[in-house]
Structure formats: structure tokens, C-alpha cells
Design a protein around this ligand. Structure first.
Ligand SMILES: [Cu+2]
Length: 156
């Protein structure tokens, strides 16, 4: 090989490396793009809300946390039925997420896109994500529509 051919081979090798790196990078971006941002409204003093946010982040969601002084007012404005209320109220892709809903349930909601207003885990059941503790009894994830009609979406 002449030195100029060596140089061409070297440049070509670097080019391939750059392309490969770019391809790997794209795949990573695609995976990250699959999980949308969840906007979470919460009281600044809420500890289990922070735990739920950390849990969502661990499961690949981008979280935009908003501390609000009047979380009950936010729930009313958003149309969370009062009997379904929990601590935090979140919004993802136009769906309401009330309380300690699991990432797997949110994943399924976003994949199936049912005609509902959102999902709720009323209250703060022990063992739901962000509410660490033993599961002493099962709890339900409820789907609710704009009129407040509920159906069971999942039981854990
Ligand atoms: Cu909570």
C-alpha cells in the first residue's frame, strides 16, 4: 500500500466508526423518545410524591414536577372526581394520572389509548409505587371518564 492509500483506508475506517456510533446513538434516542414527559403537580412537602417521581424516572419517563400550593384546586380544575383523589395529579399525553399508578399501567394506557379521562389509584395504598411497604391487601387501578364513571383497569 502506498501511504496515500493507507491514509484513505484509515479515513474510511474512522468514517465507519463514526457511522456506527451515530447509529447506536439514534437507537438510544428512539428508546428514550418512546416514553413521553409526565407533568406532575404536587405539594412541595409531599414525600411519597417525590418517591413516585423517582420511580417513574427509573422506569424511563421524563418528569416535569410542578410544586403547587393548592393541589386540591388543581384536582378540581383538571376534573379529578373527588372520590378518586390521592396526593399528586399528573398529566401524560392528555391523560390524567391520579395517585400512585404503576409505570406498567401507564405504559399500557399509552399503548392502548382507551377513550377515558385517565387512571387513578385513590388514596395512597401501601405497596403502590412510591408507597413503600408490604402488600397487606390488593388495590385497584381505576380508569375514569369525564363523567366520573369508573372501571377497573388493573388489580395489584
Ligand atoms: Cu402519595
Amino acid at each position: 500500500m502506498t501511504s496515500s492509500r493507507k491514509l484513505i483506508a484509515l479515513v474510511a475506517a474512522f468514517g465507519m466508526l463514526a457511522l456506527t456510533t451515530a447509529a447506536v446513538h439514534d437507537v438510544r434516542n428512539d428508546n428514550a423518545a418512546k416514553k413521553p414527559t409526565i407533568t406532575v403537580y404536587k405539594d412541595p412537602s409531599c414525600g411519597c410524591c417525590k418517591n413516585w417521581i423517582a420511580y417513574l424516572t427509573k422506569h424511563g419517563y421524563q418528569v416535569d414536577a410542578k410544586d403547587v400550593s393548592d393541589i386540591q384546586g388543581i384536582k378540581q380544575t383538571m376534573g379529578i372526581p373527588s372520590e378518586l383523589a390521592s396526593c399528586h395529579t399528573a398529566v401524560v399525553n392528555g391523560y390524567l394520572i391520579e395517585g400512585h399508578v404503576s409505570a406498567e399501567d401507564i405504559d399500557r394506557l399509552l399503548a392502548q389509548k382507551p377513550k377515558i379521562a385517565g387512571l387513578a389509584v385513590p388514596g395512597m395504598p401501601m405497596s403502590s409505587p412510591g408507597m413503600d411497604g408490604p402488600r397487606t391487601k390488593p388495590y385497584q387501578v381505576l380508569a375514569f371518564d369525564k363523567k366520573g364513571k369508573t372501571t377497573v383497569f388493573a388489580t395489584h
